[in-house]
Design a protein around this ligand. Structure first.
Ligand code: TRP
Length: 457
């Protein structure tokens, strides 16, 4: 066991925010958010997503910060420390498992960004029609060697940053990556909204059509909110266990939530005008970003430079997130099994490589092997984002409401009374009632239980 006081902490206030934003902002915002929005009807999905962020996301994030800094342990150890001898640590184990499973599909998509960077360098992303871009993507993602090699490279990259240590690796990397990423995104948005026909894309993103809302759209919006904010998995528990005593937990949660949502919406503004301008289907699915943007770059002067910048940006955003996911699993193995960080990291990387390779191949030669009609890649995504994350988010809220004395909660969240928390009672109410009940109802509805009960009367 690592002594509580020996744990490293993030060096500066800015470092805390940047590292946590780096964890939250990633493929979830730039790849998954546009494709989910496109597949679930546009603005109506965005609206539900924002509601989920505010009603469920923010309270769960503050609660995870509380658990992490209060216990100063990894995701699973935190629950053992705060409720010894109980079954609550299952939340932590669920989180560690989710980290492995998420990395299993996440590193595949992260690998795709590397392919596009090299293609842009060799100028093979220019001079093609929209259909050719789409066909090329399918040919690439379903092939056997290249996507697998990129997945492996991405996992190895993550591995080295994680084992080089939290303070040195993660913080230093996030410090310059996040601001650069943000700037690049703004530039690309400006380009996209000035394309001919851009208004249609903006209308799709911002003018809700409420007839598009059904229970699966609600579940998708909730899953996306959890995934994008990195909550319900102990990721933020692990990160906040490195926060210093003076870190303002509520303010940090609010800043991270706002920045994360802003990046997602900017990604939408970057993608949808282009989707409509180039006549691409918004419902294209996981390839949406990869088949839309090369068209945009293709129409620009210095198109390859644009491609390189964008896919580099996407790769970096993915890297700061894979680091955080890897860290959850590594911190757990390191602290709970008394292994060195290096060995723990290697063990974790090896498992992720196995999952990653299978899920990459499930785009091609293993496509026929499905469970409930989902390929391995889709299954990992579904199980983690739509089930595991919201479910443990719900349990985290119940845990704190039941097991933690309100005065202890308030003391930690106000740094022993030194920073005010004006909405503490609202927060406590949301955590105790609104968030768990809402998540529970969405689950019941998706399982068809509510319809069943209605039909009985
Ligand atoms: N939120 C990140 C993204 O949007 C992905 C991620 C990192 C994540 N850590 C997580 C998702 C923990 C869920 C749980 O890309």
């Amino acid at each position: 066991m690592v002594n509580k006081n020996d744990r490293v902490t993030f060096g500066s206030k800015l470092g805390v925010i940047l590292a946590t934003v780096g964890c939250a902002v990633g493929l979830g915002n730039i790849w998954r958010f546009p494709y989910m929005t496109g597949a679930n009807g546009g603005a109506a999905f965005l609206l539900l997503y924002v509601i989920c962020i505010l009603l469920l996301g923010l309270p769960v994030m503050i609660t995870e910060f509380f658990i992490g800094r209060h216990s100063r342990r990894n995701a699973a150890g935190a629950f053992k420390a705060m409720a010894p001898g109980t079954k609550w640590s299952i939340i932590g184990y669920n989180g560690v498992l989710a980290a492995f499973l998420i990395l299993g599909f996440y590193s595949v998509v992260a690998g795709w960004t590397l392919e596009y960077i090299t293609e842009a360098f060799s100028s093979s992303l220019s001079g093609k029609s929209a259909v050719e871009f789409a066909n090329d993507f399918t040919a690439f993602s379903s092939s056997i060697v290249r996507p697998v090699v990129w997945t492996v490279i991405f996992v190895v990259l993550t591995h080295f940053i994680v084992v080089s240590g939290v303070d040195k690796g993660i913080e230093r990397a996030s410090k310059w990556m996040m601001p650069v990423l943000f700037l690049m995104l703004v530039v690309l948005c400006i380009r996209s909204v000035t394309l001919p026909g851009a208004e249609k894309g903006l209308a799709f993103l911002f003018k809700p059509d409420f007839s598009k809302i059904d229970s699966s759209v609600v579940l998708s919006a909730m899953g996306q909110a959890f995934f994008s904010l990195s909550i319900g998995m102990g990721c933020l528990i692990t990160y906040s266990s490195y926060f210093g005593e003076k870190t303002n937990l509520q303010a940090t949660a609010l800043q991270v939530t706002i920045l994360d949502s802003l990046v997602a919406i900017l990604a939408g503004v970057m993608i949808f005008p282009a989707v409509f301008s180039f006549g691409i289907e918004p419902t294209a699915g996981p390839e949406l970003v990869f088949i839309t943007l090369p068209n945009v770059f293709n129409q620009l002067p210095l198109g390859n430079v644009w491609s390189i910048i964008f896919f580099l940006l996407l790769g970096l955003a993915a890297l700061t997130s894979t680091i955080s996911l890897h860290e959850v699993a590594t911190a757990y193995v390191h602290e709970e099994y008394n292994m060195t960080r290096k060995r723990a990291g290697a063990f974790v990387s090896l498992e992720i490589l196995i999952l990653g390779v299978i899920s990459s191949l499930s785009m091609g030669i293993l496509k026929e092997y499905t469970v409930f009609g989902l390929t391995f890649f889709e299954l990992l995504d579904y199980v983690t984002t739509k089930i595991m994350l919201p479910f443990s988010g719900m349990l985290i809220c119940i845990f704190v409401s039941k097991r933690v004395d309100k005065s202890i909660l308030k003391e930690e969240l106000t740094n022993k009374g030194t920073v005010p928390f004006y909405f503490f009672n609202t927060y406590a109410f949301f955590t105790k009632y609104i968030a768990p009940v809402a998540i529970g109802l969405i689950f019941l509805h998706e399982l068809g239980l509510i319809t069943l009960i209605k039909n009985m009367f």
